[in-house]
Design a protein. Structure first.
Length: 204
């Protein structure tokens, strides 16, 4: 069957429709590109403006104040005062050298420290004199008890009792003296001059 013939007008109409269809296909990607180009600059501008506002606010914020180094509020003891207290404490503690077997160490220890430091520091001078007076007094009391008890030994029963009481008295004096020496050393370490009780102050 032969193909139908098209007139010249129909051919022009078909040609015009084909041209419009091809033009529409070409315009679709171009329109999409334009839409993309319109959106992207706007979004970038919006982000950059927001970033500018944030950065401007951060620059305008005041910087935090610098932290100051920690300063101790406790009053530090001057080295000279601390050394003085130590020397005063030693004037009392050196009396315990007699416990180490040093003959008359309870007197020689404080005496040596006092003679060396008495002219350099008034506090050491006072501590040394107190320690010497106390230990000399304790020595006199203990010696008196022994001297009184010795003749009583000749009495059979009473002498033994008296001598036993004298020994207990000497031991009690030793314990009391030890306690007072420790108390005096603690006070001297704090900077206070301790006054011993039961003391005959030979050195003033």
């Amino acid at each position: 069957m032969p193909a139908p013939r098209t007139t010249k007008a129909e051919g022009l109409r078909l040609h015009d429709q084909n041209r419009r269809a091809s033009a529409t296909k070409q315009q679709k990607p171009i329109r999409s590109l334009f839409a993309l180009l319109r959106l992207r600059p706007y979004s970038g501008l919006k982000l950059s403006a927001k970033s500018f506002v944030v950065s401007t606010e951060m620059e305008n914020e005041p910087s935090p104040p610098a932290l100051k180094p920690h300063q101790s509020t406790a009053a530090a003891t001057p080295p000279a005062a601390d050394n003085t207290n130590t020397m005063g404490m030693l004037c009392h503690l050196l009396a315990l050298s007699g416990l180490l077997g040093v003959p008359f160490g309870h007197i020689l220890g404080p005496l040596i420290m006092w003679l060396v430091k008495k002219d350099e520091c008034p506090f050491v001078d006072e501590c040394g004199k107190e320690a010497l007076n106390f230990n000399i007094s304790m020595t006199i009391y203990a010696s008196a008890l022994i001297l009184v008890a010795m003749p009583a030994i000749i009495i059979p029963i009473l002498g033994i009792i008296i001598f036993g009481l004298a020994v207990v008295g000497v031991f009690a004096l030793f314990i009391v003296g030890l306690v007072f020496i420790i108390l005096a050393a603690l006070k001297a370490n704090e900077g206070a001059n301790y006054k011993y009780p039961l003391t005959i102050r030979f050195i003033k």
